[in-house]
Design a binder for this molecule. Structure first.
Ligand SMILES: *Cc1c(COP(=O)(O)O)cnc(C)c1O
Length: 380
């Protein structure tokens, strides 16, 4: 008898329902003969901006470049100076931090709240100094992280709020952004999206975008992403090449209209886990049955993670860890930054991501929950 296997993520299955439409869109681009920039990008940018309620959108090569371009643009516009500080969550993917340090800015690592694993907005004041110019909120694991405390802090200290929205496309916050939208990507001053294939809306390669209501910022991002050129053969910045490929824009235009459905599938699985997992050794993520999380990952915390993952693997359940090492403990940062972040470190040592994608049915999720409930921690 071969035991059932529960796949963590299989991208071919994720894209299978869209296969015909993706092929048609790819053929449209191939036949159109425009392989950099053009109408496909413009249409996608309008559609993404509309989906979150932002005024401007610029497609980019990936999510890290979207974040890098936001900070570089603030520097070019004189809003932020090299050497200034940016508050970043201590619990995030390393790319959030790379975008800051790459621009000669100083990341200041802020502790997460243990329940949400996102920035603890009630503690942010302790990280603000005379050179703080911005705070990056990362809507990690798909949970929006934006509230009145964050807005008040930004107003009090004249800080830009930059959203890393790589994981939370379509999520909402109880608090509204300045433009009135409650949707991530339109909450702060500027936001970065990633369409890396594993994200809730994934391209068939790398892709990203910047959204903002600030037309000057959008113009700077667009120019910087295109060699620093504001019009042909006229370079106002020493720019980069970080453009969105139209073939990826076309792929994303197929999938973006299905955002609600895709996020709904994830919420259905999260609800099953929430209702069925009842093992005292397993700390579930704070549950919300609304769109304040789009469940990019369903992340539990277990003190003996290796033992727990072994039990799941023996029962056919694939898991992942997002992320085993906090960014400030990575070899590229640990010699320069030694923040006092015990909560972030504890999270890094205990998190386990359960399958939550199209590859997992609600029946699978209930079976996985039963396997989790049969886990007995090893006595030490
Ligand atoms: C994926 C991700 C990024 C980087 O996006 P890429 O498109 O892979 O460059 C940045 N921040 C977070 C939180 C991410 O999950």
């Amino acid at each position: 008898m071969t035991a059932k296997r529960y796949t963590f993520l299989d991208l071919a299955s994720v894209n299978a329902p869209y296969s015909a439409a993706l092929s048609e869109a790819a053929n449209r681009v191939i036949a159109g003969g425009r392989y950099v920039g053009g109408a496909e990008n413009e249409a996608f940018e309008h559609e993404l901006a509309a989906s979150c309620g932002s005024r401007c959108c610029v497609g980019t090569s990936n999510g890290l470049d979207a974040l890098r371009l936001i900070f570089r643009s603030y520097i070019e516009l004189g809003v932020i100076m090299p050497g200034d500080e940016v508050i970043v969550p201590a619990n995030t993917y390393v790319a959030s931090v790379l975008a800051v340090s790459d621009n000669g800015l100083v990341p200041v690592f802020a502790e997460p709240a243990p329940r949400t694993m996102n920035l603890d907005t009630s503690r942010l004041e302790e990280y603000v100094g005379p050179r703080t110019r911005a705070v990056m909120t990362v809507h990690l694991y798909g949970r929006s992280c934006f509230d009145d405390a964050l807005v008040r802090l930004a107003q009090r200290h004249n800080l830009k709020i930059v959203e890393d929205n790589a994981q939370a496309i379509g999520a909402t916050s109880p608090a509204a952004g300045a433009g009135g939208s409650h949707i991530t990507g339109a909450l702060g001053d500027a936001a970065a999206f990633s369409f890396y294939p594993t994200k809730n809306i994934g391209a068939l390669g790398d892709a990203g975008a910047v959204t903002t209501d600030d037309a000057d910022l959008a113009a700077a991002v667009r120019a910087l992403a295109n060699y620093g050129s504001d019009r042909q053969y006229h370079n106002i910045y020493r720019g980069l090449n970080c453009r969105l490929d139209p073939i990826q824009a076309a792929m994303l235009r197929v999938k973006l209209p299905h955002l609600e459905e895709e996020n709904g599938l994830r919420r259905d699985i999260a609800r099953i886990y929430e209702n069925h997992i009842s093992n005292a050794a397993v700390v579930k993520p704070l549950f919300c049955d609304d769109s304040s999380s789009v469940w990019h990952q369903y992340v539990v915390q277990v003190s003996d993670r290796d033992d727990f993952r072994r039990h799941l693997a023996q029962n056919g359940v694939e898991t992942a860890v997002h992320y085993p090492v906090a960014p400030f403990d990575q070899p590229c940062y640990c010699n320069e930054f030694r923040p006092d972040c015990p909560i972030a470190r504890q999270i890094a040592s205990q998190v386990v991501s359960l399958p939550v994608s199209r590859c997992t049915s609600t029946d699978d999720a209930a079976e996985i929950a039963a396997i989790i409930n049969s886990y007995i921690p090893h006595q030490k």
